[in-house]
Write a protein that binds this ligand. Structure first.
Ligand SMILES: C[S@@+](CC[C@H](N)C(=O)[O-])C[C@H]1O[C@@H](n2cnc3c(N)ncnc32)[C@H](O)[C@@H]1O
Length: 285
């Protein structure tokens, strides 16, 4: 049963956090000529219409991409991300300080692939995977698989390129999501200990984030860096108050770069007394 549709949340503060991180990580892979594979395990629909009735329901983009686009003196990493969002929107719409479309992680990544690189997308939802297939129909560098993320992760690692990034971005609708995530992530890392893994997770009172971190440490996973922040006080168990990301094998100086970005970004996204950022190695280099 899949109730989650990402269009309700497109362009939210979470997307901003995740997609800026994605761009920084992918750009680091461009520093070498050798091919890499970008693997998006929960790919979504690829692109979202912010004027659709779904996106209009909660207008989450107003507390996300709209705030970032209106803020002054963004760091270069944020400019790079904004360039990509601008690229899928008409100039006239942008000039009104608005956006019609918001690119999902597959589109954000596709723009950075060179001809030697490849992208693998897994999506379980029928409608979303059909949209993805349509979007990348004639694109030989993109492979869309409809199916379960964790089955796909097991089947497709390590990639033949032996270089690359895996984005794991589950909806956390199912209670046991963190447990299956930890198990699959540990197995994936054991199959490919040098890959870059980027996992997004919600910060919410009821979610077992410390347990998730503990399980990775206990399994012996190395080089684990987290960055998190809150946009609201973490006082209610039924409300997501912040956004977290865990990176295994981050590239050189990623820790410093993301800390600088979040020092700028967190005040821009703050809604009502959030806190952070918290940026730290939970298992050192
Ligand atoms: C948070 S959204 C992804 C957003 C996308 N990564 C982005 O940043 O644009 C999560 C997606 O995971 C899909 N999904 C849920 N359970 C899944 C599973 N077991 N395997 C693969 N995809 C799944 C949902 O249909 C949804 O589209």
């Amino acid at each position: 049963m899949l109730n989650y549709r990402h269009v309700f949340h497109a362009g939210s503060f979470v997307d901003v956090h995740k997609h800026i991180t994605l761009r920084i990580l992918l750009r680091s892979l461009l520093k070498k000529d050798s091919a890499f594979c970008y693997f998006d395990t929960h790919a979504g629909a690829g692109s979202y219409d912010l004027q659709s009735e779904y996106a209009q329901k909660n207008r989450e983009y107003e507390n996300g991409i709209y705030r970032v686009a209106a803020a002054e003196n963004p760091p270069e990493e944020v400019i790079d991300y904004l360039d990509e969002v601008n690229a899928v929107n008409h100039k006239k719409v942008r000039e009104r300080g608005e956006y019609r479309y918001y690119p999902g992680s597959p589109l954000i990544a596709r723009q950075l692939l060179r001809k030697q690189d490849r992208m693998l997308l897994t999506e379980l939802h029928n409608t979303e995977s059909l949209l993805l297939r349509k979007m990348f129909n004639k694109d030989k560098q993109v492979n869309v698989l409809q199916g379960d993320a964790f089955v796909s992760l097991k089947a497709n690692l390590p990639p033949k390129e032996r270089r690359g990034l895996i984005l794991i971005d589950p909806p956390y609708e199912v209670k046991a999501e963190f447990q299956s995530l930890a198990m699959s992530l540990i197995k994936a890392w054991q199959k490919w200990p040098t890959g870059i893994f980027a996992v997004w997770y919600p910060l919410q009172k009821s979610q077992p984030v410390p347990q998730f971190h503990y399980e990775l440490r206990a399994a012996g996973v190395r080089k684990v860096f987290i960055h998190e922040f809150y946009v609201l006080p973490d006082s209610q168990s039924n409300r997501m108050a912040g956004s977290g990301m865990l990176i295994i094998n981050p590239p050189w100086q990623f820790d410093e770069r993301i800390t600088g970005v979040l020092n700028w970004l967190v005040p821009v996204l703050d809604q009502a007394g959030g806190s952070g950022p918290r940026c730290e190695w939970i298992v050192p280099e």
